[in-house]
Write a protein that binds this ligand. Structure first.
Ligand code: CP
Ligand code: NVA
Length: 312
């Protein structure tokens, strides 16, 4: 599989086989790391890490993933560069494209990551925008594969803000990979109709089922329940409204009991607000798995960089 030179902006641009390939490569790199074997596939490559929003997992995954493969990462926070203050995204992209071999962007507008890819001429990886968080999905799917040995036919229920970057990306990824995906959320927070239509097309090919509902009974039969914060970065002033709307959708023991399954797992992309989207007890019970999921960010992000920029 040759993904050289490709950007990674949303999973819409990647086929099922390509996503499978990235997951297999991540497993291989995870194995190597466990054995203490590092690679040199990014040797001589300079990688820019632009962050308009804060990050623990994504930043550390790109940094360590890059260094493990012999590359050089450069962190560029929003106060460190001209971007957004004195220089347009197009000009910043053209400058960075002359100096760097790859660019990670975490920020607000999805349009900006698209412009970076268009104008820089080097692979650009989306480390989260308001609309999508595709690198997170690879870590989530690697974790599901490790737990269940497969993706196809699993039932994944995302509970919470159904129109945020995580819900959107899980919808895209699941419908591509043959995972039955339920978005469980109050109607006011459902995903955009246009995205649902696109994902229905993917589901027709993959055999996945899509359900968008506000009925908590929909968790029945779930293999995995997934949640995320009720207020994404940049939406902090909506907290009171969101808590009111989403309280009935908290991942707690009562909700888990409705799955009717003894072995439903709980995933969270982190960071978590315990007491809001998930109770402290449920979080701690599944914490090993949730932190496996966090660790898998590094192996999967490394796989993306190696596949699109590596020297092999
Ligand atoms: N899950 C995730 O993207 O975490 P960070 O915000 O810490 O990068
Ligand atoms: N929806 C969250 C995801 C954090 C990884 C946010 O955008 O803040």
């Amino acid at each position: 599989m040759n993904l050289r030179g490709r950007s990674f902006l949303t999973l819409k641009d990647y086929s099922r086989d390509e996503i499978d390939y990235l997951l297999s490569l991540a497993t291989l790199l995870k194995d190597k790391k466990r054995k203490g074997i590092l690679g040199d596939s990014l040797k001589g490559k300079n990688i820019a890490l632009i962050f308009e929003k804060p990050s623990t997992r994504t930043r550390c995954s790109f940094t360590i993933g890059c260094i493990d493969e012999g590359g050089h990462p450069e962190y560029l926070g929003s106060d460190d560069i001209q971007l957004g203050h004195k220089e347009s995204i197009e000009d910043t992209a053209r400058v960075l494209g002359r100096m760097f071999d790859g660019i990670q962007f975490r920020g607000f507008s999805h349009e900006n990551v698209e412009k970076l890819a268009k104008y820089s001429g080097v692979p650009v990886w989306n480390g989260l925008t308001d609309s999508y968080h595709p690198t997170q999905i690879l870590a989530d799917f690697l974790t599901l594969k490790e737990q269940f040995g497969k993706l196809e036919g699993l039932k994944l229920v995302y509970v919470g803000d159904g129109r945020n970057n995580m819900a959107n990306s899980l919808l895209i990824g699941s419908s591509k990979m043959g995972i039955d995906i339920t978005i469980l959320s109050p109607k006011s927070l459902w995903p955009q109709g246009e995205l649902i239509e696109i994902c229905k097309d993917y589901a027709n090919t993959s055999g996945s089922k899509i359900e968008i509902t506000d009925k908590v009974e929909a968790v029945e039969g779930a293999d995995a329940i997934y949640t995320d914060v009720w207020c994404s970065m940049g939406e902090e002033d909506l907290a009171a409204k969101r808590i009111k709307a989403l309280k009935p959708y908290q991942v707690n023991d009562q909700l888990l009991a409705k799955t009717g399954k003894a072995h439903t797992i709980v995933l969270h992309c982190l960071p978590a607000v315990k007491g809001n989207e998930i109770t402290y007890e449920v979080f701690e019970r599944f914490s090993e798995l949730i932190f496996d999921q966090a660790e898998n960010r590094m192996h999967t992000i490394k796989a993306i960089m190696v596949a699109t920029l590596g020297n092999e």
